[in-house]
Design a binder for this molecule. Structure first.
Ligand SMILES: NC(=O)c1ccc[n+]([C@@H]2O[C@H](COP(=O)([O-])OP(=O)(O)OC[C@H]3O[C@@H](n4cnc5c(N)ncnc54)[C@H](O)[C@@H]3O)[C@@H](O)[C@H]2O)c1
Length: 354
């Protein structure tokens, strides 16, 4: 079995490549990365030492893909993963669309030519910002939670299901992912090839290149330890906004199962997320950080930003039913792993800053 991982030097790509090398030693792993993400070059040497063949190339350039050996499965993890991408003045909207949508189309063409399987790392950001903002919320302790029985399609007691609205506004990032999802499913249907779209909530773990608009749990823990300024932004500056959190290693058994035993009957699109049991507000994360590192003041800015949502927790029941999958690594273990990494790598934020 030969697997191609795009974005292999990024947080998810590197975690998957290293995990497959360890747990599935018979698989050959090949990776592609253009090293555009600050810090990604740091993973190169370790990947090579694990006998993983790396290609320095760009998913936007079909000619960069010509050198790749034919693979049995493609895992598409190359992207600009920020919800602010294309509108933050750091990357243009065209650049984002080229990386996150045109790049995926090139990889789908490769899938068609190779007649192989395809996994798309998608996101909870395919769900409608307006609909998410319309879920009635109440405050319980230090966090928001939906009012009982909100009676909205796609909201279960466990969180947002795959039936939730995916109508714009989604952010340019979310829209590129949604378009990539649709095309991935269409290519699979048109050419009779296996596909898996994984809608991930926040992924986290040691070695993540966190920033305020992406990898929030890692970013927060690193900043708290380093005594850098932190602020609760939006929602009256309360820090009550909630996300769920999944260790990227928890993707390994699911993706491996899908590669080893692809099922034509399993749903192509599934939520894969930490869920309610692994969710927390920023204020709860700060309390955990204060216990670990000692107190550090957190400021507040009450003004909401366009892409902020109060509560985004995914219901992964479909993944559990179809693939007997559930998260294994508890929230506090993930946070402790990030904290230990932050203590061992005090220069991490500077080394991975844009
Ligand atoms: N980290 C999360 O919380 C999260 C949540 C949901 C979905 N995802 C998705 O998972 C995937 C991986 O995210 P991540 O957290 O590892 O991000 P990351 O920024 O750490 O890694 C992305 C990698 O892709 C590379 N890359 C970017 N554009 C490229 C291009 N045009 N050609 C080749 N390589 C390119 C970067 O250099 C980087 O190494 C992304 O598609 C992201 O949208 C991530």
């Amino acid at each position: 079995m030969r697997i191609l991982i795009t974005g292999i030097c990024g947080f998810v790509g590197n975690t998957l490549a290293s995990g497959f090398r360890q747990g599935w030693p018979d698989w050959e792993i090949v990776g592609l990365d253009n090293l555009v993400r600050a810090g990604s070059e740091m993973n190169r040497r370790a990947l090579r030492e694990r006998n993983i063949k790396l290609y320095h190339g760009d998913v936007r350039n079909p000619s960069d893909l010509e050198a790749l050996p034919r693979c049995d499965w493609i895992i598409e993890a190359a992207a600009n993963p920020s919800v602010l991408a294309g509108v933050d003045g750091k990357t243009s909207s065209r650049q984002l669309v080229e990386h996150n949508l045109a790049g995926t189309i090139n990889m789908l063409e490769l899938q068609k030519n190779w007649r192989c399987g395809f996994t798309l790392l998608s996101t909870s950001r395919v769900y409608s910002i307006r609909a998410l903002a319309a879920i009635p919320m109440e405050t319980q302790g230090d966090r928001f939670c939906p009012s009982p029985n909100p009676a909205m399609p796609g909201v279960s007691a466990q969180g947002i299901t795959e039936e939730f609205s995916a109508e714009p506004p989604l952010s340019l990032y979310g829209a590129c992912k949604r378009a990539s999802e649709l095309l991935a499913c269409e290519y699979a249907g048109s050419f009779n090839l296996p596909v898996s779209v994984l809608r991930c909530g926040v992924l986290a773990g040691a070695g993540q290149f966190g920033k305020i608009d992406q990898g929030i749990f890692s970013y927060w823990i690193h900043c708290y330890r380093a005594r850098r300024p932190l602020k609760y932004i939006g929602f009256d500056g309360t820090g009550h906004q909630v996300r769920d959190c999944l260790h990227a290693r928890d993707l390994l058994p699911l993706i491996a199962r899908q590669i080893e035993q692809p099922s034509a009957h399993a749903p192509s699109v599934i939520n894969v997320s930490g869920g309610l049991g692994q969710s927390a507000s920023l204020r709860q994360l700060s309390a955990w950080c204060a216990d670990r590192f000692g107190a550090h003041p957190v400021g507040a800015d009450a003004k909401n930003r366009p892409f902020d949502v109060p509560w985004l927790v995914l219901d992964s029941t479909r993944a559990a039913q179809a693939w007997v999958w559930k998260p294994q690594i508890p929230l506090e273990t993930i946070w402790a792993e990030i904290a230990a990494h932050a203590e061992q790598n005090p220069g991490w934020l500077d080394a991975t800053a844009d």
